[in-house]
Design a protein around this ligand. Structure first.
Ligand code: NAD
Length: 445
């Protein structure tokens, strides 16, 4: 099938590469010329495990092409997939300007019927807006060409995006048209062989499903963080509690890790967009509001732990903190709304210096914070510790799980760790002379 994808970010590029890999003929379009030029050279603008090899292989076969030219892009695909960003605007609502600008392009350049698929995460009603925009442009040009608009929200996780796309739990498609159903079945047939994972529903339900899924996952994270707070006050250990509840199959172990809260390009913006929608409708979304509040509080509580260890924020002036991890979670270079940023910025506001190490987000760190005199970007995790008063662990990268504590202690000026991800065993660290703070567990020293 000939498919065009608009947007070559985490979702668009993974979708394009994986569809090309099973034999579809894919063209990816982006307005960012630098991205397209680097993709044409076989270089990926993002870090995503396993993706580079697929992009290189499918490009070499001619199944995956890149362009900045909207005319070429629209001409290519019988199916036009919109996977552009939907960042929050100043009110918290999803900003639809990129989605609607693609709709405008499709309307302007289409010369044959198209199926337009909205994969970006968009508020309920957006597919209707996309259809209206395309129809308005066609009317302006005196065209009566036919088209359909379907919703196909994406559920991949950054860091595991390729395998998530290739082995989806479900593929949600919002359409009531039998013709679109059959087109979408054909696209996804290669990923739908063992079990039928295609879930067809009406467009509005598909749009809402994506927000409901993210809100549910965020709720689990905020729930466990709230219980972690109680555990700290009660002298309980959240890691024991987590195992105690996760073993119940009705609860399960996923998404109940206490930590610094959720971040990234999806949960925070999608929760706010859902709250915005609820507000517009006059609906009270108290649970989702609390999820967001707890998430904000989680970061400030962690900073408060650091400041109270030193006897107040003013005592942080002149101190040096090693920070391990900047990306919002392991296996990605995405630092959008990463909790680490809030922690680092609080340390800077108090006059401290940060020595940062992240296994893949160095370039992103330089783009965001480059040139600051109170930041040192270290070449490896141990170098980040040189002369540090404490280690602040923000992202649970695998290489942070079993570090050489003796080497760490010999490099730091004080054996102190603030662990935002509960990676270490408190009793073991106490035995080796560390002061160790974590989340939802008693501090040890
Ligand atoms: P991204 O910011 O990584 O990429 C978006 C891309 O769209 C950019 O390269 C941008 O240049 C391009 N773009 C903007 N306007 C364009 C236009 N008019 N034509 C062509 N390209 C254009 O975004 P992302 O993380 O891939 O997310 C895309 C959408 O998918 C969002 O709605 C997001 O909420 C949703 N989503 C993201 C994830 C994720 O894990 N990142 C998962 C599921 C859903």
């Amino acid at each position: 099938m000939h498919i065009t994808i608009f947007g070559t970010g985490y979702v668009g590029l993974v979708t394009g590469a994986c569809l090309a890999d099973v034999g579809h003929d894919v063209m990816c379009m982006d307005v960012d010329r630098d991205k397209i030029e680097s993709l044409e050279r076989g270089e990926l603008p993002i870090y995503e495990p396993g993706l580079a090899a697929i992009v290189q292989r499918t490009s070499a076969l001619g199944n995956l092409q890149f362009t900045c030219d909207p005319f070429r892009a629209v001409a290519h695909g019988a199916v036009q997939i919109i996977a552009v960003g939907t960042p929050p605007d100043e009110t918290g609502a999803a900003d639809l300007q990129h989605v609607l600008s693609v709709a405008e392009s499709v309307g302007r350049h289409m010369a044959a019927p198209k199926v337009v698929v909205v994969k970006s995460t968009v508020p309920v009603g957006t597919c209707d807006q996309v259809a209206q925009r395309i129809r308005a442009v066609l009317d302006r040009h005196g065209s009566d060409l036919d088209f359909d608009v379907a919703s196909n929200p994406e559920f991949l996780k950054e860091g595991a995006a390729v395998t998530d796309f290739q082995r989806p739990d479900r593929i949600v498609v919002g359409t009531i048209s039998p013709r679109v159903r059959s087109v979408m079945s054909e696209i996804y047939e290669p990923f739908n062989r063992n079990h039928d994972r295609l879930l067809f529903m009406d467009v509005r339900s598909a749009e809402l499903t994506k927000y409901a899924a993210n809100a549910m996952l965020a709720t689990r994270i905020s729930f466990i963080n709230e219980v972690a707070d109680l555990a700290e006050h009660l002298g309980a250990d959240i890691e024991q509690v987590r195992k105690g509840i996760g073993s119940d199959p009705r609860i399960g172990y996923d998404f109940i890790y206490a930590g610094l809260g959720y971040g990234g390009s999806c949960f925070p913006k999608d929760i706010r967009a859902l709250l915005h929608t609820a507000g517009q409708l006059g609906c009270k979304a108290s649970l989702i509001e609390a999820v967001e509040d707890i998430n904000q509080r989680q970061k400030s509580r962690f900073v408060a732990k650091i400041t109270s260890h030193y006897g107040g924020a003013h005592k942080l002036r002149g101190k040096t903190f090693a920070v391990w991890g900047l990306s919002f979670k392991p296996n990605t270079d995405d630092i959008r709304e990463a909790p680490a940023r809030a922690i680092i910025e609080a340390l800077w506001n108090a006059g401290a210096t940060v020595r940062l190490f992240d296994p893949v987000a160095h370039a992103a760190a330089i783009r965001l914070y480059g040139g600051r005199s109170d930041l040192v970007i270290a070449p490896d995790k141990y170098a980040a510790l040189d002369g540090a008063d404490a280690l602040v662990l923000c992202t649970e990268w695998r290489e942070f799980r079993a570090p050489d504590f003796r080497e760490m202690g010999s490099r730091m000026s004080s054996r102190t760790i603030f662990d935002g991800r509960n990676l270490y065993v408190p009793e073991r660290l106490r035995g080796e002379g560390w002061t160790y703070y974590s989340i939802g567990r008693p501090a040890v020293s």
